[in-house]
Each structure stands twice: as structure tokens, then as C-alpha cells.
Design a protein around this ligand. Structure first.
Ligand SMILES: O=C(O)CCC(=O)C(=O)O
Length: 286
């Protein structure tokens, strides 16, 4: 298991680990709600959007770009045939669900606004956290792909920088099934890219700010038992490897920003009719 990164050292490390933050009972409830979302999901409408046909590129971009205030389903690469048919069961085919379950779905809203996330946010120094996006991340056995090194500020830009990601292990995450890896302390390196909407708002562009790579040395596996919550500073590089094992590696993430920071209108995620809101308490009384 990974070295312990206490919240008290978050400013130094850019990562904090909260073992046992979410109870087994709450995890059982969360798994049930995730299964409900997938059971109710009709893939036929979405497979068209994700078919590999070149003509679908715009529809695919639009499906993503308008998902900031919706509950939408995103497939792994390689699970659709050339004609857009699903090659595996829908429960195995998904990469993630996002991005507004915390506002749209009462069960997810209650879970995201509750004690573990609110108190972790307070412990890593957030003053007035606002819930930005929620995601179920599947990384299914044999199908879940690599997540290349990146920082969350690249995708969720505020002025000043304020995003913090909260990553919850729903299943045990190990090096075998594709746990998170992070580069502790590297949140002090200026971010190397910025993901923005293109000029006519129909797609996105990755702007390179610094073409150098992150160092190969110093990466740490953040192996995590179920219920472990990991806080990642918005400028901390992190990544994960494909899940080539037979073991599921289900995770749930919540990203928060500071209310006082300015949310950029160049960001992919826009919620014109859904203002950001905070936790039920900030923090919860002990
Ligand atoms: O769950 C993973 O493997 C990666 C998640 C991640 O990088 C993120 O949410 O920013």
C-alpha cells in the first residue's frame, strides 16, 4: 500500500490520503446507485454519437461539451464496432459517467455533499468549496484504459488556480488493476497545457504551455483500500495505467473549486443555468 500522505502535508506534497474516509455501508449504497444508473442507461442513443464514423465527430464533441450539467455516459476506446454496435456488455463498456450527478440525482447529491468530502476539503485548506463535477470512473477489467499524466487545472481552469480533485476508491485499487500514480511535490511545476473550447465553440483544443515532459522519476503508486479518499491539488501531475487484470477498479471523483475564484468561460465545462453550490456544511461538526 502507498506511503501515507497526511492532510497536514498537503501544501508540500499536493496530495493527501484519507484512509477509511467512506464507510463500507456508504460504499454499498454508492455501488447500488452506480449500478442503477448503468441499468437505466440505454446505450443505443449514445452508440451513434460515439461511432467511429468521421461524420460523427461533431456530435461526439457536442455530447461531451454539453455534459457539464447532465448525467452522460462515455465509452472506453475499442468497445464499438465500425457501425456503432456495442461489442461488449454495457456494464463493461463504460469509461465514465459524468458530470453533474451531484446536482441532478438526489442520492449522489446527498453522498457528495456529506461529511467525508466536505471535511477532506476543509482539511486540505479549501475555504469556500463549490462542487464542480462528479464522475464515476470504471476502469473495467481488461478494458479500462490508461490515463496519461495530466493535471486537473489543465481541464478545470480558474483564476487564481483553485481546483482540487477528490478521488474515492470504491473497489480496492492496486498496481495490478490500475491505481492512481502521482508525483508528490510536483504541483509547484507550472502546468504544461490548457484544454480550452475552440474559437467557434464547436470543439476543444489542447494548448501547449510548456512542451517538456514531467520527470520519469519520483512517481508514487497511490494504492488504496475501498473507502480511501485521495485529495489531489489541481496542479499535481497524476496518471493511471490500464487495468489488464481481472479485478474491477471502480472509483468515484468529485472536483471542487473556490467560490471566490473566477471560472473561465474557455473551459469545456459550462453550466449556464446551474450555478455551483457548496457542501451541506463546511466542514461538518466533529
Ligand atoms: O481514475 C483514474 O484512473 C484517473 C482519474 C483522473 O485522473 C482524474 O479524475 O483526474
Amino acid at each position: 500500500m502507498s506511503a501515507l500522505f497526511p492532510a497536514s502535508d498537503f501544501t508540500t506534497n499536493g496530495v493527501a490520503v484519507f484512509p477509511g474516509a467512506v464507510s463500507e455501508d456508504a460504499l454499498v449504497g454508492l455501488r447500488k446507485e452506480i449500478a442503477r444508473l448503468v441499468d437505466d442507461f440505454d446505450p443505443s442513443g449514445v452508440t451513434t454519437v460515439f461511432s467511429t464514423d468521421e461524420g460523427q465527430g461533431h456530435a461526439r464533441d457536442d455530447y461531451f461539451l454539453t455534459s457539464g450539467d447532465k448525467t452522460r455516459f462515455f465509452f472506453e476506446d475499442g468497445v464499438l464496432s465500425e457501425t456503432g454496435d456495442l461489442l461488449v456488455d454495457k456494464h463493461q463498456a463504460l469509461n465514465k459517467i459524468g458530470h453533474a450527478m451531484h446536482d441532478l440525482d438526489p442520492a449522489f447529491s446527498d453522498f457528495c455533499r456529506s461529511y467525508p468530502f466536505a471535511n477532506a476539503a476543509a482539511e486540505v485548506g479549501m475555504a469556500n468549496p463549490q462542487l464542480l463535477q462528479s464522475m464515476v470512473i470504471f476502469k473495467n477489467p481488461g478494458i479500462g484504459g490508461e490515463v496519461t499524466p495530466h493535471t486537473d487545472h489543465t481541464f478545470l481552469w480558474t483564476e487564481p488556480q483553485s481546483v482540487i480533485g477528490f478521488w474515492l476508491a470504491v473497489d480496492e485499487a492496486t498496481q495490478e488493476n490500475g491505481c492512481l500514480w502521482a508525483l508528490p511535490g510536483a504541483h509547484t511545476i507550472p502546468v504544461k497545457s490548457r484544454f480550452v473550447r475552440n474559437a467557434d465553440n464547436t470543439g476543444t483544443v489542447m494548448q501547449t504551455l510548456d512542451a517538456t515532459s514531467y520527470p520519469d522519476e519520483g512517481w508514487v503508486p497511490l494504492e488504496a483500500a475501498p473507502g480511501t479518499l485521495i485529495a489531489l491539488h489541481g496542479t499535481l501531475p497524476h496518471r493511471s495505467e490500464p487495468n489488464t487484470s481481472a479485478k474491477s477498479r471502480l472509483a468515484f471523483t468529485l472536483h471542487c473549486i473556490e467560490a471566490e475564484a473566477e471560472w473561465s468561460d474557455k473551459n469545456w465545462l459550462q453550466r449556464p443555468d446551474m450555478p455551483f453550490t457548496g457542501f451541506l456544511a463546511n466542514p461538518f461538526p466533529k
